[in-house]
Design a protein around this ligand. Structure first.
Ligand code: GRF
Length: 195
């Protein structure tokens, strides 16, 4: 693990995005990085079980001071928000400037920002009669879903889709592009491209 970039993953929910990263790390698709810690905003997050099953160190951080302390404690070089529902404190963002990435279930800048998360996103997309939606991997800055876009992929909205149908289709894309986006950032970080 010596030269692998250390990654911490922040979670709050079921952890399917985390599971995708774990699976791709195992299959060798994430060859230059290693998840060293999964930090949950609450102890009921099933993502913690997924991490434990994969032999990854876990912890719970209920305050942003705790998030910062635990990120430093595990030596994280990059941070991935995978279904993380708390707002990161400016101190955390400053400390990890341009080294935090997030996955959002829409084509940013559409259907993002305050109040647009989870099923609310897909409901709004369908109510607006959109023919396509998608997922976006982006850097995290002080805004909500406002950081520089790393990767984006469209997903079709089908006739008669329920928000749940669309959520499931978008989630499949999230799982794929989160790993691709992390790989891109890991390689840029290794080349010294992220200061
Ligand atoms: C998903 O809706 C995803 O779009 C968003 O967080 C939700 C839960 O993801 N990023 P996960 O299954 O906990 O990874």
């Amino acid at each position: 693990m010596s030269d692998k970039v250390k990654v911490a993953v922040l979670v709050s929910g079921g952890g399917t995005n985390l599971q995708a990263l774990i699976d791709k790390e195992k299959s060798g698709e994430l060859a230059e990085s290693k998840i060293v810690r999964v930090i949950a905003s609450k102890d009921t997050a099933y993502a913690l079980q997924r991490a434990a099953d994969a032999g990854i160190e876990t912890s719970v951080a209920k305050t942003q001071e705790e998030v910062l302390r635990q990120l430093e404690e595990c030596g994280a070089e990059l941070v991935v928000l995978a279904g993380y529902m708390s707002v990161l404190a400016p101190e955390v963002i400053e400390k990890f400037r341009n080294r935090i990435i997030n996955i959002h279930p829409s084509l940013i800048p559409k259907y993002c920002g305050k109040g647009f998360y989870g099923m609310r996103v897909h409901r709004a997309v369908i109510e607006a009669g959109e023919k396509e939606s998608g997922a976006t991997v982006h850097f995290v800055d002080e805004g909500v879903d406002t950081g520089k876009i790393i990767l984006q992929e469209t997903v079709p909205v089908m006739e008669g889709d329920s928000p749940e149908d669309l959520a499931a289709r978008v989630l499949e894309t999230e799982h794929r592009i989160l790993a691709e986006g992390l790989n891109k950032v890991v390689l840029r970080y290794k080349q010294g491209g992220i200061k």
